[in-house]
Design a protein around this ligand. Structure first.
Ligand SMILES: Cc1cc2nc3c(=O)[nH]c(=O)nc-3n(C[C@H](O)[C@H](O)[C@H](O)COP(=O)(O)O)c2cc1C
Length: 371
């Protein structure tokens, strides 16, 4: 290096020192203990080829670390800050009130959405109302009441669907989630029997309902034909509740006698994973557009439902990121048991879990591309 260049470099260095905004300081106070950790932990930090998550391309050179701010977007007609949904869970038990309040509070704080667990008990009296009454905790975020298709069928038969309007008003809910669970009901010792197909019942309700409706399963998902029928209806969203996580048919079976368990456990292993359902949705959409292009006349199919909650066995933010990126619909992802694990204790624990997911999602968005 010529003396002139050295002199110029020195000058720039001095200028930097006098300008704190571009001054480089590096007080690495934990360096020694960190280096010690590295040596001690290196042998425990081996990753093997068969552990690679090959759903993504990892692109480390294309982006900076994520900023802290969030980009709000609209889902179910409301502003959300992150594509995360607390799936329908509980009510009517000792723990339900605190769990629901914690979950609603976290949705309010981080601008997420939430489905309540089955509100069936509230159709007859208000004894359990405090368990479900969480509007004040969630603020203006999406909050949906929940009823089973069996109760709907009975309400329609008794010409009492007004009770649903009353329920939504009582809870200040934005709309209704209908859970469809024929296998769970069939396996449940005290389960209901459907007299009509769930599709018929939903169509009947849609004729008069003035509120948004979401349809979900309870842990086994929907096959392609069912999805196609549901996408054809003016629903606010479809919530997969796919197979791969909590499975309510299996859960009910575990409450049953040993003979039933031996006979019917295989039924609980029937169903569709969230990833398979994402593929079904994409196929249905591309078939629809192909039919439009080729002007196929016979098809009466349209897609009237354009929002999806991908749930059921969505264990991590990486699963959620992968599936919401892959689907060709407006989509967010939902978790039930994942949230439940952290909602029974302190609110801070639930906050930490939620914040971890949201931060993980931001990092994934910066550096990962779905293959
Ligand atoms: C404790 C518990 C209670 C649930 N209760 C309901 C319910 O009342 N209504 C409903 O639609 N789904 C209910 N579910 C099903 C969940 O909404 C969800 O579809 C299912 O647990 C799969 O999601 P996961 O794999 O993230 O747990 C419940 C789930 C759990 C874990």
């Amino acid at each position: 290096m010529s003396p002139r260049v050295i002199l110029k470099k020195r000058k720039t260095h001095l200028e930097n020192l006098s300008n704190p905004s571009i001054n480089y300081t590096d007080s690495d106070a934990t360096a020694a203990s960190r280096k010690q950790d590295h040596i001690e932990l290196a042998f425990d930090a081996q990753v093997f080829k068969n552990q690679l998550d090959n759903r993504f391309y990892y692109e480390p050179v294309l982006a900076a670390h994520p900023k802290t701010e969030t980009k709000p977007f609209e889902f179910l007609g409301k502003q959300m800050n992150a594509p995360l949904w607390v799936s329908s869970m509980t009510g009517g038990t000792e723990w339900a009130k605190i769990i629901n309040q914690n979950l609603a509070k976290v949705c309010g704080e981080y601008k997420l959405g939430m489905g309540l667990g089955s509100c069936r008990a509230l159709l007859t009296d208000d004894d359990c109302l405090p368990d479900f009454d969480v509007r004040k905790f969630i603020g203006d975020q999406p909050l949906y009441a929940n009823l089973g298709i069996a109760q709907l069928e009975q309400l329609i038969k008794a010409k009492q669907t007004k009770k649903i309007d009353e329920l939504l008003k009582k809870l200040q809910a934005d709309g209704l989630i209908i859970h469809i669970n024929p296998l769970q009901e069939w396996l449940q010792p005290e389960g209901d029997r459907f007299e009509k197909s769930p599709l018929e019942t939903i169509k009947q309700l849609l004729e008069t309902a003035t509120y948004p409706i979401i349809v979900k399963e309870v842990g086994q998902g929907f096959g392609k034909e069912s999805l196609e029928e549901l996408l054809n209806l003016p629903l606010a969203a479809i919530d997969f509740a796919a197979s791969g996580g909590t499975n309510f048919a299996l859960l009910e079976l575990k409450r049953s006698n040993q003979l039933s368990q031996n006979l019917f456990e295989s039924l609980a292993h029937i169903g569709h994973s969230a990833e398979e359902m994402v593929n079904f949705c994409n196929e249905i959409k591309s078939d629809y557009y192909n039919n439009l292009k080729s002007k196929v006349k016979y098809s009466s199919r349209t897609i009237k439902c354009n929002q999806i909650i991908i749930s059921g066995g969505v264990k991590t933010f990486l699963d959620g990121y992968y599936l919401t990126e892959k689907i060709n619909f407006d989509a967010i992802y939902g978790q039930a048991s994942g949230f439940l694990k952290h909602a029974r204790g302190s609110y801070e624990e639930l906050q930490a879990y939620t914040e971890g997911q949201l931060n993980g999602l931001k990092v994934a968005k910066q550096f990962l591309k779905v293959r």
